[in-house]
Design a protein around this ligand. Structure first.
Ligand SMILES: Cc1cc2nc3c(=O)[nH]c(=O)nc-3n(C[C@H](O)[C@H](O)[C@H](O)COP(=O)(O)OP(=O)(O)OC[C@H]3O[C@@H](n4cnc5c(N)ncnc54)[C@H](O)[C@@H]3O)c2cc1C
Length: 333
């Protein structure tokens, strides 16, 4: 029996760690990048090694066959890649999502370079990534503005979270523009409320799907059942999947990708043994999200199933970093 995993990000590697089966990984990149640490990486608080896992080392350690290629589509019992095709008995798709960028904005990885000789940074989008960038950059002395098209920042969380973080931003000199839509990015940024001056624009405006042809999808997101199955012997997990169980839609977060990976590894084994599959239980849902948000200066808040836990911020930051460290170590040791 052969399992093929497409995408070696957080979900894909976690499946591989938990699966006792001959496995092949299709992944075009040399390393898994742990995106939640990107804001800290950009301001040099963590290094490249802290937030990445070498795919070749990981595969050697776990006896996984790695094909350095990109999947294009799925056809009955095979994955078609850019250069070849790979047969499978069981398939797990975990190709993540990509940033839906604005024209002329810079990829977060390039921001580190782009920030070298500048003062004024404009962050477009105020989800947790935009907010984390804003606090980190402000701590480093940049003039930071945050632009959000909706009427409050952190719009996927409750209004109390938005109010708490807005107050902190204002106190620390981060300018917040809500109900403000970007029309054009050029030298400055043209919005429906006038021009905003800046040296660099960091786009944090959300996600769009990485396309894999041949699978049922909803606006590009792969649709799965309550057992994270696309159908037959094919599963999809993490950011690429539309996961909705008992009316709870999963958020596209590392926590969800990790939990879905664990259940999927078990379900593949149960499928082989002819046992009943485990129904997935969404933990971080759109209605009740769970997430840490880092606010620089060794601080974080926690939103647990929608409820704001604002203090003690330094302890919450320690908890978050310990969790991340142990998460990353699992892949390395
Ligand atoms: C800047 C940023 C900050 C974030 N902060 C947080 C946070 O604080 N907390 C949190 O919980 N989540 C956070 N997230 C979200 C979190 O990183 C994702 O939810 C998580 O990575 C999803 O895991 P995944 O395995 O589904 O996808 P990924 O980890 O994105 O992995 C997908 C993998 O698939 C590969 N791939 C793509 N297309 C193909 C293809 N066609 N064929 C083969 N391989 C392919 C990619 O190269 C990649 O390695 C953040 C994301 C970003 C971008």
């Amino acid at each position: 029996m052969k399992a093929v995993i497409v995408g070696g990000g957080i979900g894909g590697l976690e499946v591989l760690r938990n699966l006792n089966l001959d496995a092949t990984l299709i992944e075009p990149r040399d390393e898994m990048i742990f995106y939640p640490l990107l804001p800290e990486f950009i301001v040099d608080k963590v290094g490249w090694d802290d937030m990445t896992v070498e795919i070749s080392e990981f595969c050697d350690k776990h006896g996984v066959h790695w094909i350095r290629d990109r999947a294009v589509s799925v056809e009955s019992d095979r994955v078609i890649t850019e250069r070849d095709e790979v047969e499978f008995d069981y398939l797990i798709i975990s190709v993540g999502a990509k940033a839906s960028k604005l024209e002329n904005t810079v990829d977060p990885m390039e921001v580190k370079d782009a920030l070298k000789d500048v003062e004024d940074v404009l962050i477009v989008g105020s989800g947790s990534t935009g907010v984390e960038f804003a606090f980190e950059l402000r701590e480093c002395g940049y003039n930071v503005k945050v632009l959000e098209c909706l009427d409050r920042i952190l719009p996927t969380f409750s209004p109390s979270v938005s109010r708490f973080v807005t107050r902190l931003m204002e106190k620390e000199g981060i300018e917040v523009f809500t109900s403000c839509r970007v029309l054009k990015v050029d030298r400055g940024v043209k919005t429906d409320r006038g021009e905003v001056e800046c040296d660099v624009v960091v786009s944090c405006v959300g996600l769009k799907p990485n396309p894999i042809d041949g699978l049922r999808n909803r606006d590009g997101w792969i649709v799965v059942d309550d057992y994270l199955r696309v159908g037959g012997r094919v599963f999809a997990i993490g950011d690429c999947a539309f996961v909705s169980v008992n009316g709870e839609v999963a958020t596209k977060t590392a926590l969800e990708a990790e939990r879905q990976a664990k259940v999927t590894a078990k379900n593949v084994e149960r499928l082989i043994e002819g046992r009943r599959l485990i129904r997935y239980r969404v933990h971080s849902s759109l209605e009740k999200p769970t997430s840490f948000i880092t606010l620089a200066r060794n601080r974080a808040i926690l939103i647990y199933r929608g409820i704001l836990i604002p203090r003690p911020m330094k302890i919450l930051y320690k908890v978050k970093m310990n969790y991340i460290r142990s998460f990353m170590n699992r892949f390395k040791i």
